[in-house]
Design a protein around this ligand. Structure first.
Ligand code: TRP
Length: 362
C-alpha cells in the first residue's frame, strides 16, 4: 500500500518556534527519510476562515507567509507537494457527504473544538462552519488517501474523528477510504513548546512567541526578558530548573556541540543544571547561551526567507503547481467516493442500462 503523508497549518500568521519543534522538524525528518510515496503539506485557508470568516485579507496575506516559512525551514518542493486548500473544491464536496455520518453531539464533544469554542467566545452561538471543521479535516485527509498524519497532540481528537468517519463510510458504502493514523513528536516539550512566558503553549494570541522570521535583536530581547526562577535573585542563590523556561528551551534546543562552542566550561546540560541548582550561576549566562543557540538555528532560516522573498514568483509557482497536482489526486478520490455512494450517473452507461432494464424491457 502506498504511504501517503499529509499535514497542514492554518494561515493566520507567521510560523513560530512552537511550529518548528512541534511539526516542521518532524516533517523535515520525514522528508529526509524519503520512505513515502507522497508528502503533502496543505495551507488550510478554508479551515482558517471557519474562525476568521470576517477577515479574509488576514487569511489571504498569510498564505504566502506560511509558504515562505516552510521553504525557509528547508521543506523541499522536489520532495513535497505544497498546496492551497480552498483551491481543491473536491474537499467541500467530500465534506458534504461525510456530514451525514456525524452527529451534532459528537462534534460538540470533540475536546479540541470545545476548547477552541471557549477561546473564541463562540459557545453561545456556534457558527456551524466552525463546528464542522473536523469533518472538513477528514475530507482533507481522505481526499489524498493519507495514512500518516504528523500533527501536534491537540490534533489527536481530529484524527480520531477522521477514523470514525472512515470506518462508518467504509461499513456503509464499501471499503473505499484509507484509515489514517496520527504521528506525534516523541518529546513531551516538543509536543507543546511553552511560550516565552513559560506558562502557556506558544501561541500568537498570547503574545509569547518567537517567530521564525524575527530579526536578531527581537530574538535577543525576547530571550533576555524570559522569566526564570523568581527566587533566584542573587547569582549565589540556588536556582530551580523545573518550570524555568530558559532550561525548558535548553532541554529542547541545546546540543553538546553548543557547549563546546559557547560554554566550554560545561560538558553538557546536566552539568549546567547542576551548577544552577547549587547556586553561583547567573541568569545572564544561561540566557546568553540560549540566545546564541536560537540565533544559530534561526539565522539560516531568516537568510533563506529573504532570498525567497526576493524570488517570490518562484514561491507562487511552487504553490500553483502543487495545487494542480493535489487537485488531480482529490478528484480521483472523489470519483471513487461518488461511485461507492452510487452518485455516478453519467460517467459510464451503467445508469442508462439500469433505466432501460427497468422501463424498456417490460
Ligand atoms: N487543524 C490543523 C491545525 O490547526 C490544520 C489542518 C487542516 C490539518 N487540515 C489538516 C492538519 C489535515 C493535518 C491534516 O493545525
Amino acid at each position: 500500500m502506498a504511504k501517503i503523508i499529509l499535514t497542514g497549518d492554518r494561515p493566520t500568521g507567521h510560523l513560530h518556534l512552537g511550529h518548528y519543534v512541534g511539526s516542521i522538524k518532524n516533517r523535515l525528518t520525514l522528508q529526509e527519510k524519503n520512505d513515502y510515496d507522497k508528502l503533502y503539506i496543505m495551507i488550510a485557508d478554508a479551515q482558517a476562515l471557519t474562525d476568521n470568516f470576517d477577515n479574509p485579507s488576514k487569511v489571504r496575506n498569510n498564505v504566502i507567509e506560511v509558504a515562505l516559512d516552510y521553504l525557509a525551514c528547508g521543506i523541499n518542493p522536489q520532495k513535497v507537494t505544497m498546496f492551497i486548500q480552498s483551491e481543491i473544491s473536491e474537499l467541500t464536496e467530500l465534506t458534504f457527504y461525510y456530514m451525514n455520518l456525524v452527529t451534532l453531539s459528537r462534534l460538540q464533544r470533540n475536546p479540541t473544538v470545545k476548547n477552541e469554542l471557549k477561546l473564541r467566545g463562540f459557545e453561545k452561538s456556534i457558527p456551524s462552519g466552525f463546528l464542522n471543521y473536523p469533518i472538513s479535516q477528514t475530507a482533507d485527509i481522505t481526499a489524498f488517501e493519507a495514512t500518516c498524519i504528523p500533527v501536534g497532540i491537540d490534533q489527536l481528537p481530529m484524527i480520531e474523528q477522521a477514523r470514525e468517519i472512515v470506518h462508518s463510510f467504509n461499513s456503509i458504502y464499501g471499503e473505499t477510504l484509507k484509515m489514517p493514523e496520527a504521528l506525534i513528536p516523541e518529546n513531551k516539550l516538543e509536543q507543546r513548546l511553552p511560550g516565552t512566558d513559560g506558562k502557556n503553549k506558544m501561541s500568537k494570541s498570547l503574545g509569547n512567541c518567537i517567530y521564525l522570521s524575527d530579526d536578531e535583536e527581537t530574538i535577543k530581547k525576547k530571550v533576555m526578558s524570559m522569566y526564570t526562577d523568581p527566587n533566584h535573585i542573587k547569582v549565589e542563590d540556588p536556582g530551580k530548573v523545573e518550570g524555568n523556561v530558559v532550561f525548558m528551551y535548553l532541554d529542547v534546543f541545546a546540543k553538546d556541540e553548543d557547549f563546546e562552542k559557547y560554554l566550554p566550561n560545561y560538558k553538557n546540560l546536566d552539568e549546567l543544571k547542576k551548577h544552577y541548582q547549587q547556586g553561583g550561576l547567573g541568569d545572564m549566562v544561561i540566557k546568553k547561551f540560549l540566545n546564541n543557540i536560537l540565533q544559530d538555528i534561526l539565522r539560516p532560516i531568516r537568510t533563506r526567507r529573504k532570498e525567497l522573498e526576493n524570488n517570490i514568483e518562484y514561491v507562487y509557482d511552487i504553490l500553483q503547481k502543487g495545487t494542480i497536482e493535489a487537485k488531480k489526486h482529490a478528484n480521483n478520490t472523489l470519483q471513487k467516493v461518488k461511485e461507492a455512494m452510487k452518485l455516478n450517473y453519467f460517467e459510464t452507461d451503467e445508469f442508462l442500462k439500469e433505466l432501460i432494464d427497468k422501463y424498456q424491457e417490460k
